[in-house]
Design a binder for this molecule. Structure first.
Ligand code: PBG
Length: 347
């Protein structure tokens, strides 16, 4: 240590706005934010999402209109989530050329060729049971049978013009399966952002309302199980057999290491604010491009408190984001992206 009080007074360097800005250790720009969008079938649709004030379900046509102010705000990347109309046990619609995400990609790339369009690859919005993977005859997650389905879904997004594929399902081995498929089909330069350390979190609640993707077991699924196996086994009601236990730190580092080995170009920690320690440790350990997902529940909490007048939305959002960057994230996926970009102008 150099000098101490009273010679050294840390408050000296906080005494003016100019000094505070001069010594600011963490800055971020709209270029580093990724805005998620929900896309559903139809035309002229713009449905508000209850638990996410200010967010909507768009049809492909209204989505590309919504992207315009985002692009003007300086945000250059979006992440698309599909809401499938046709759900079945095998996620049959997930790789359809005319699926809602595939259509949305084509529409957006036509109007905004320079916008980085990322797509979520996961089966939960396409399966009747709402799980991120297929189920076997015992109604358990069939990890290995899920991999080719995910790979075909990723390829269909690539064919439609996606700029990055982002698998969020947490099946083992899916980064390699997707990478191999993309490489075989001539997409060796298409990057993959892996949800590498994705926790089984209560903060996804509003998203599941938005995407109609909550896990449950449909009646049809159950009766089929009885006739085939003679015993009733219901599908799991939660995602704990594939998403991680919030208590685990070392496991997150193993998951991240595996995804880097399998060919991920960006690894992600999700959610963000309750997992800042994981972000810091992952950054220090791997020196690898790192994303953080500030999820729907994190968004909803700030919006709800702000609506009640209990918190200042602007400063709460900017403080949350700067903390996530300070913890080591290179990029943050956030529903606040457009608003934050507007507030950042004079940063
Ligand atoms: C799909 C998926 C989820 C989220 C992103 N991709 C939901 C889940 O795993 O249940 C959550 C995003 C958010 O809450 O904002 N697997």
């Amino acid at each position: 240590m150099n000098s101490q009080f009273p010679e050294y007074r840390p408050r000296r360097m906080r005494s003016s706005e100019a000094l505070r800005r001069l010594l600011c250790e963490t800055r971020f720009s709209p270029n580093q934010l990724i805005m998620p969008y929900f896309v559903r079938e139809g035309r002229k649709v713009k449905e508000p999402i209850n638990a996410m004030p200010g967010q909507f379900r768009f049809s492909p046509d209204t989505l590309s209109a919504a992207v315009e102010p985002l692009v003007r705000s300086g945000v250059k990347s979006i992440l698309l989530f599909g809401i499938a109309e046709a759900k079945d046990a095998k996620a049959g619609a997930s790789a359809s050329k005319n699926g809602v995400v595939q259509k949305a990609i084509r529409e957006i790339k036509k109007r905004f060729p320079d916008l980085l369009v990322m797509t979520d690859v996961c089966l939960c919005a396409y399966t009747s049971h709402g799980h991120c993977g297929l189920l076997n005859v015992q109604n358990r997650i069939d990890n290995d049978a899920t991999l080719p389905v995910l790979a075909r879904m990723a390829l269909s997004h690539a064919d439609a013009g996606a700029d990055m594929i982002s698998p969020s399902d947490m099946m083992d081995g899916r980064i390699r399966a997707i990478r191999q498929m993309l490489d075989q089909k001539g997409f060796e330069n298409l990057p993959v952002m892996s949800y590498a350390a994705k926790y089984s979190s209560s903060f996804y609640g509003p998203f599941r309302e938005a995407a109609h993707s909550a896990p449950g077991s449909s009646k049809r699924q159950i009766s089929k199980m009885i006739t085939r196996t003679g015993a009733l086994t219901t599908a799991p009601k939660d995602r704990k057999t594939y998403q991680m236990n919030p208590a685990n730190r070392e496991e997150a580092l193993r998951e991240i290491a595996l995804d880097i080995q399998e060919g991920a170009d960006i690894v992600m920690v999700k959610p963000a604010l309750a997992y800042l320690d994981i972000l810091r440790e992952a950054k220090d350990m791997f020196h690898f491009p790192l994303a953080a997902y500030m999820v729907s529940g994190e968004y909803a909490m700030i919006k709800a408190a702000a609506e009640k007048g209990w918190i200042d939305e602007r400063s709460a959002v900017l403080e949350s984001l700067v903390s996530i960057f300070r913890a080591g994230a290179n990029t943050v996926i956030t529903y606040h992206a457009q608003a934050a970009a507007g507030w950042l102008e004079n940063n």
